[in-house]
Design a protein around this ligand. Structure first.
Ligand SMILES: *[C@@H]1O[C@H](CO)[C@@H](O)[C@H](O)[C@H]1NC(C)=O
Ligand SMILES: *[C@@H]1O[C@H](CO)[C@@H](O)[C@H](O)[C@H]1NC(C)=O
Ligand SMILES: *[C@@H]1O[C@H](CO)[C@@H](O)[C@H](O)[C@H]1NC(C)=O
Ligand SMILES: *[C@@H]1O[C@H](CO)[C@@H](O)[C@H](O)[C@H]1NC(C)=O
Length: 471
């Protein structure tokens, strides 16, 4: 027993923690608030590598796409890949603000009307990142389910406390790419700290173009991040924050992902680029309006207002890029309000409209084709930067392990993944037991998870470590 323990400790001491050296000398400290969907995780990767910002905290606001604990897991594991293991992660409120104010339908499994904005299939897809969470991301040493030896698991802090800690510490710049539930909770709980925020960029709303909430038949006035919590959007847009810049659909409609961008991304060999490429391809191939629909087109290649509303755009990445280079967009400056009724009316809530008594904010209008091209090229270029040292490998990039299992257990090509696991703690129902790390890697047994996962070779109580580069 003791001998085993010594071996395990020696094994992880050989592991070197990844380091992110991407931020510029004069980088601005930042809090990023997201609901970890496809484009959110891209915005996180972009901001972690671009250099203008130094990420201090990521807030997971899971009133949009993704469930809270799955969202936190995704963020911790992406941060691990990005070499940002000292970034705080905060977990936001579990329910839209309106549910808390107007009550739940307890007979229907603690449900409230606004939760219909994101359907369960989408939650499932995003919680699993279209099935690639385990192929493209490593485990995280910070993930709350991680056991630190004595059986106790750390718990992520409340988003409101993380906001307070960092704003009090002088972080005044915030980017939100999800609903504003957490930010509103911060405003309500700690108004004095909230008052220190200077700038907020938000992927939020639509002013002169139709909305994109395909789950609400009958509502074409809203954008998802508003619709998922219209009470929070209305309160924050009308708040005292001095500089609010809404990156609305009016602007994001000009930055679809193109076939050329996929091709360019496929030439980039960083782990982040492979993660984003794989994820975006999965999203495209499973898109609700079809593959052409993903590109904002009808099957015959033409575009209509509706086909554009149903397409996939670089929504959140655009907010991230504009925060670094605001001149890429044309900004309008208007008094705006957000429709929210009492209790909630899903058919009409969430519209962002001009009103002379509204709050004066900036919002994006048409981008030029040159700007749109720049945005796509810049994402590819930033994902191609090499500024992360000693990255842990994602769980399925270890081809030698994969091939060994394939040979040994007759596993043939399929959609399943083989875990990059490296100790013998796996309790697997079927034949596969454990694997070892290839040359140059050591087993970091701190990076393990206790959750039950469906493994290719049966059900396992995953207690495996992750192969990380040895010193
Ligand atoms: C917006 O905020 C102002 C100032 O706090 C307040 O007087 C006004 O009632 C608010 N409007 C809405 C629609 O919330
Ligand atoms: C990625 O960066 C490398 C240099 O680090 C460069 O040689 C290569 O052309 C770049 N690839 C793309 C697709 O930008
Ligand atoms: C493309 O398809 C749409 C819908 O079927 C149709 O209305 C439109 O005329 C077609 N356009 C061309 C150029 O064929
Ligand atoms: C801006 O784009 C919209 C379509 O979203 C178009 O109808 C409008 O003419 C454009 N305006 C300018 C000034 O280019």
């Amino acid at each position: 027993m003791h001998l085993l323990l010594v071996v395990a400790v020696v094994a992880w001491m050989g592991a070197e923690a990844a380091v992110n050296t991407c931020a510029n000398e004069d980088a601005i400290p930042l809090i990023l608030d997201i609901d970890p969907n496809i484009d959110d995780v891209l915005s996180l990767a972009y901001l972690a590598k671009e250099g203008s910002f130094e990420l201090r905290a990521v807030i997971v606001t899971s009133t949009g796409f993704s469930n809270p604990s799955a969202g936190v897991e995704i963020v911790y594991r992406e941060l691990e890949l990005l070499g940002l293991t000292d970034v705080d992660v905060g977990i936001g409120p579990f329910y839209p603000t309106s549910c808390e104010i107007f009550g739940f339908d307890e007979d229907n499994g603690r449900f409230c009307d606004q939760m219909r904005v994101v359907n369960r299939e989408d939650h499932w897809r995003i919680d699993n990142l279209y099935g690639i969470k385990n192929t493209r991301l490593p485990y995280s040493s910070n993930f709350p389910a991680f056991e630190d030896g004595d059986g106790t698991a750390s718990v992520p802090m409340d988003a409101v406390e993380i906001y307070k800690r960092h704003v009090d510490d002088g972080v005044t710049f915030i980017i939100t790419n999800g609903p504003l539930t957490s930010l509103l909770a911060f405003m309500t709980t700690y108004p004095d700290s909230f008052a220190m925020i200077e700038t907020v960029y938000s992927m939020l709303g639509n002013v002169d173009v139709v909305g994109n909430v395909y789950t609400l038949v009958g509502n074409d006035v809203a954008e998802f991040n508003v619709a998922a919590d219209s009470v929070a959007a209305a309160a924050i847009v009308n708040s005292t924050i001095p500089e609010i810049r809404l990156v609305t659909l009016d602007g994001t409609n000009f930055v679809p992902v193109t076939r050329e961008m996929f091709a360019a991304l496929a030439d980039v060999e960083t782990l982040e680029a492979e993660f984003i490429l794989d994820l975006t391809e999965k999203a495209r191939d499973n898109w609700f309006s079809g593959v052409d629909g993903f590109y904002g087109e009808l099957p015959n290649g033409t575009k209509t207002e509706q086909s554009i509303a149903d397409g996939y755009f670089l929504w959140d990445p655009l907010a991230a890029i504009l925060a670094t280079q605001p001149d890429l967009a044309t900004w309008s400056y208007d008094a705006l309000l957000v429709t929210t009724t009492v209790p909630v009316d899903l058919d009409s809530d969430g519209a962002v409209f001009r009103d002379s008594v509204g709050k004066i904010v900036y919002w994006t209008t048409n981008l030029t084709e040159a700007s749109a091209e720049f945005v796509r090229d810049d994402i590819v270029a930033v994902l191609n930067k090499s500024c992360i040292v000693d990255q842990p490998l994602p769980l399925n990039t270890m081809n030698s392990v994969y091939e060994m299992l394939a040979t040994e257990y007759g596993y043939v090509e399929g959609s399943a993944w083989v875990p990059n696991t490296c100790d013998s703690d796996l309790t697997v129902v079927t034949e596969a037991t454990s694997t070892t790390c290839p040359a140059g890697y050591v087993c970091d047994t701190r990076r393990r998870t206790t959750s039950n996962r469906r493994l290719r070779f049966g059900y396992a109580t995953a207690q495996a470590g992750t192969c990380v580069k040895s010193v």
